[in-house]
Ligand binder design. Structure first.
Ligand code: CA
Length: 424
């Protein structure tokens, strides 16, 4: 539900430049450090970060149940363990303190230097200690494209696809934050014209444009979370690049699915944009036909309108935008994914990450992976320096960005960016 923190008329006494991702209506949470500060919880506002550790220490959060250990720590998990309502109240309190008509901080000039840091002087860190990571496969166009390429255009979707939010358990240990480079993986590959597999650096390295959501502590093992209850267990969202080694994937994925083609690295953006901030951008989802089973039915608008783009940049070259997509193209929404994940009694915990699967829109310019953009390498992309890309080269930097915009308010996710380094 929208509330006063979403009001388009709200303005902050902190300067927010035009087209900035972080107006007062956003207030995403992250973990940052500076030359003089250890890792701690911060909230992005304009080009600044509000230091929640000092905010709490100086008594501005006295009416809330948070303590020093919730903010003076390496991850957001301690804060998130207080649950949806308390974290919503915390964000609302920050909104009040930063709004134009509030002087509580603004007039304490001796505290301002301590309370605010510049984003360009701060180091962002992995925001969440991720327990379990699940990757879905919830964009119909992506599933259709892959089905066309590798199976049959007339039966591109597998029979279960419109009945089950298909997913697999990924690996959390190799999830990295934006800015950290990715080393090209090595592994077994076997091309169609080869009799035996070979071992070596991946030749078909790809990105997958995804978004992820982070959960609050769920219910005990054996209990389920309904689509209606799911809102209470979703903290917020980030941009997510599920790096994929297509040649390793093709050889290994039968019969049990993705393994080493996926778990060498996945990159996430550092700021977690809360579901509270995204409420104004809810939209209806696609008509789901055939009808889903009752536990996957949902009430209200649970899809979100979030513009997404992907850029590739070679060293010392201009970047090339290779995809403009939107999170609204998802067939299954987060509530359905969470309900499905827990319908067998699987327990969800504070800091789990559930990713969308590659988000592809209906036309070529909106596909979410090079596999689809170059259509298995048959349609190379022209780069600004005259070279072409079918997949990702060493030295390339892939950047994903995302934002929602309505009534003059832009809720941005910042970016997730990684450079590809040669195999070791
Ligand atoms: Ca994926």
């Amino acid at each position: 539900m929208t509330n006063k923190t979403n009001d388009p008329a709200l303005k902050s006494w902190i300067d927010v430049p035009p087209n900035c991702d972080f107006p007062i209506q956003n207030l995403p949470f992250g973990i940052y450090s500076t030359n003089s500060k250890d890792r701690r919880v911060g909230v992005a506002i304009g080009e600044k970060i509000l230091d929640l550790y000092f905010l709490n220490k100086n008594g501005y959060l006295n009416d809330l149940p948070f303590t020093e250990k919730d903010f003076n720590c390496d991850f957001l998990n301690n804060m998130m363990l207080h649950g949806k309502q308390n974290v919503s109240n915390l964000r609302a309190r920050v909104s009040t303190l930063l709004s134009n008509d509030n002087n509580e901080i603004k007039n304490n000039e001796n505290q301002l230097n301590q309370l605010f840091d510049n984003q360009d002087k701060a180091q962002m860190h992995l925001p969440v200690k991720i327990g379990d990571y699940t990757d879905f496969y919830s964009s119909e166009q992506h599933a259709y494209n892959v089905g066309c390429m590798f199976r049959d255009p007339n039966n591109a979707l597998l029979p279960n696809w419109k009945h089950i939010p298909v997913g697999y358990h990924g690996r959390s240990s190799s999830i990295i934050v934006s800015g950290e480079p990715v080393i090209r993986p090595k592994g077994q590959q076997k091309l169609d014209n080869q009799e035996n597999p070979v071992f070596g650096p991946c030749k078909l390295l790809d990105f997958e444009l995804e978004m992820g959501f982070i959960t609050f502590e769920g219910k005990p093992l054996g209990e389920t979370i309904s689509t209606d209850e799911a809102d209470d267990y979703i903290f917020g969202m980030c941009l997510f690049n599920d790096w994929s080694a297509r040649d390793i994937q093709k050889w290994e994925y039968v019969p049990l699915g993705p393994f080493l083609a996926k778990n060498f690295a996945s990159s996430m953006s550092p700021w977690i944009v809360t579901i509270d901030a995204l409420e104004p951008f809810r939209i209806p989802g696609p008509n789901q036909e055939p009808a889903v089973l009752p536990y996957l039915e949902y009430n209200g608008d649970k899809h979100l309108d979030i513009n997404l783009e992907v850029a590739i940049k070679a060293p010392n070259q201009k970047e090339k935008i290779v995809s403009n997509s939107n999170y609204k193209h998802m067939y299954w929404n987060m509530n359905q994914q969470l309900a499905h994940h827990s319908i067998n009694g699987c327990d969800i915990h504070c800091g789990d990450l559930l990713a969308s699967g590659t988000i592809s829109g209906p036309n070529e310019g909106s596909y979410g992976s090079m596999l689809e953009i170059s259509w298995k390498g048959t349609k190379p992309v022209d780069m600004p320096d005259g070279t072409q890309r079918r997949f990702i080269n060493d030295g390339d930097t892939v950047t994903m960005r995302g934002y929602s915009e309505k009534n003059g308010v832009r809720i941005g996710f910042g970016e997730v960016k990684s450079e590809i380094l040669p195999s070791k």
